[in-house]
Ligand binder design. Structure first.
Ligand code: NAD
Length: 515
């Protein structure tokens, strides 16, 4: 019998948030489900709660009464594991502790048939370590659901050193039959989503530590390019204790690789008990004191009569360049296209002895000094809704009057300009480059495929696009150049370029080398 058939009885161990959700999904998909928890009465209570949930869904018309009756008839709380000896699949969702999970797997192995699959919903424990010492370690696999299980589409199917590929395939087929999207991953710290997502938090925490901008500005910039929540509001929702613990676990599991180093800014929030929504205070206040801080009003300035547009190459530039030029022309600004003799292959605009350039990772101050021209830089305008926040920063030689003109030009181009302190790679550009870099490393190390990484990030954490989709829009040489610039600026390990990207960034052919 194939394990993905509804005829396979399923045992779910651990009747907490995740176990109850997994039991619900499996029962609705047609399986007989035994639910067990070592807290007396917990499994029965979870089944009662599930009945209320399913009846509520039927009342809203999302399920038929018959489907609910059938699913509930298939769901059984059990006090002892012996009662579930016929299970073809076990999904364990007990406490996140290696020793407890290992002990449970040993107990299960003693009771279940040798062909039963033992799946773990662990978020951070090595599947390889879980399987060690079992008589049949090939049947241990990760089946990593996301919270809330009935709503989140993604299941990471995680293979350890011993996992039989046929077992991973069967679990992937089962997840698909349950209406989920399965993505294969190799057992490495954070698997796919919890690993690739680290820079989303880390870059913002680094910018906060550098005092580049307050949380509401950084959040607005990232929401501006389609993330549902900015990093600060998302960390407040997840809880700083939980988010910090995941970062620490990935950092430790990578032997202290500085790329994953936790942040003192978040440590301070944890130490102070400002854990986010659940404690009433995180980056933002919640409850009665709640007030969403407003973005600073843009500087009021007059538009220049004409600007010269430096187009440069690249998909990202093509996507916003034409839109910006048309919007400026509609606002009465004469837009001339710079010729190649105008110098440089930078992207942006020049007027009245001033440059406003797309960030290439350098500080505006450094660019201005290198080129001998007062310079402001703007963040990467990935596809965004009109009026979405976009960060910009200026070097010290840009006059106050010119600053106001920059804000006016960006507003006329169709964005909501938000001035930040001069920072390497602004906000979106460095965050997205680092998400791409992390995904590229995961693929280089055989953790997942590029398609798997894209799917996982879109379905597991609702990213507006996958890292490899961004890479295609932005273009590889620009991403590598930006990361190299950050690497040179910070001189740490965090920004080292993934070999996957470096291998594909071919150097220009040397003159005279053509045959
Ligand atoms: P939870 O605390 O809500 O539930 C865990 C349940 O397991 C509790 O009811 C507890 O009584 C029971 N339990 C503990 N030890 C047991 C044992 N030896 N035998 C039987 N039952 C036992 O936790 P949760 O949030 O549902 O997490 C469960 C697992 O899922 C963990 O491995 C966690 O890392 C993983 N996970 C959690 C989330 C999440 O967002 N909560 C997301 C993905 C994965």
């Amino acid at each position: 019998m194939s394990h993905s058939s509804p005829a396979t009885p399923v045992l779910v161990v651990g009747a907490g948030i995740m176990g109850a959700g997994i039991a619900q999904v499996a029962a609705l998909a047609g399986h007989h489900v035994w639910l067990h928890d070592n807290r007396p009465g917990a499994a029965a209570a979870a089944c009662t709660q599930l009945a209320t949930t399913l009846r509520g869904l039927a009342a809203k018309g999302r399920l038929t009464d018959a489907a609910v009756d059938e699913a509930l008839a298939r769901l059984h709380p059990v006090d002892a594991l012996d009662a579930a000896a016929r299970a073809g699949l076990v999904v364990e969702a007990i406490v996140e502790q290696l020793d407890a999970k290992r002990a449970l797997l040993r107990e299960l192995e003693a009771r279940l048939s040798p062909t039963a699959i033992l799946a773990s919903n662990t978020s951070s424990i090595s599947i390889t370590a879980l399987a060690r010492g079992l008589a049949h370690p090939g049947r241990v696999v990760g089946m990593h659901f996301f919270n809330p299980v009935p709503l989140m589409k993604l299941v990471e199917v995680v293979s350890g050193l011993h996992t039989d590929p046929a077992v991973a395939d069967q679990v992937a087929a089962l997840a698909t039959a349950w209406g989920k999207t399965a993505v294969h991953a190799r057992s490495t710290p954070g698997f796919i989503v919890n690993r690739i997502a680290r820079p989303y938090y880390a870059e913002t925490l680094a910018l906060l530590q550098e005092r580049v901008a307050p949380p509401e500005v950084l959040d607005a910039c990232l929401r501006g390019v389609g993330f549902r929540m900015g990093p600060c509001e998302l960390m407040d929702l997840i809880g700083h204790d939980t988010n910090f613990a995941v970062t620490e676990s990935v950092y430790g599991a990578n032997f202290g690789d500085k790329r994953y180093q936790p942040s003192l800014v978040q440590r301070e929030l944890v130490d102070g008990g400002w854990l986010g929504r659940k404690s009433g205070r995180g980056f933002y206040p919640y409850g009665e004191a709640a007030a969403t801080p407003a973005l600073p009003e843009p500087l009021a300035g007059t538009l220049p009569g004409r600007v010269r547009w430096h187009g440069g190459a690249g998909n990202a530039v093509a996507a916003f360049g034409q839109r910006w030029c048309e919007a400026l022309a509609a606002a009465g600004v004469q837009v001339e296209q710079a010729s190649s003799e105008d110098g440089g292959d930078w992207v942006g605009m020049a007027w009245d002895g001033l440059r406003l350039a797309l960030t290439d990772g350098r500080l505006a101050a450094h660019r201005g000094a290198a080129d001998g021209v007062p310079t402001a830089v703007f963040d990467l305008p990935l596809p965004s809704a009109p009026g979405a926040a976009l960060a910009w920063a200026a070097g010290p030689d840009v006059s106050d009057a010119a600053l106001a003109t920059v804000a006016a030009v960006l507003a006329a181009a169709g964005v909501r300009p938000v001035q930040i302190e001069d920072a390497a790679g602004c906000v979106v550009a460095r965050t997205v480059a680092m998400l791409i870099n992390e995904a590229a490393d995961a693929v280089q190390q055989g953790v997942c495929s590029p398609e798997g990484a894209d799917l996982a990030m879109k379905l597991g954490v609702n990213y507006p696009a996958g890292p490899f989709e961004w890479l295609q829009r932005w273009e590889l040489p620009a991403v590598v150049a930006l990361l190299d610039t950050l690497d040179a600026f910070y001189r740490g390990e965090r920004y080292r370029v993934s070999p996957w990207l470096r291998r594909r960034c071919l150097p220009p052919r040397r003159a005279g080398s053509a045959r």
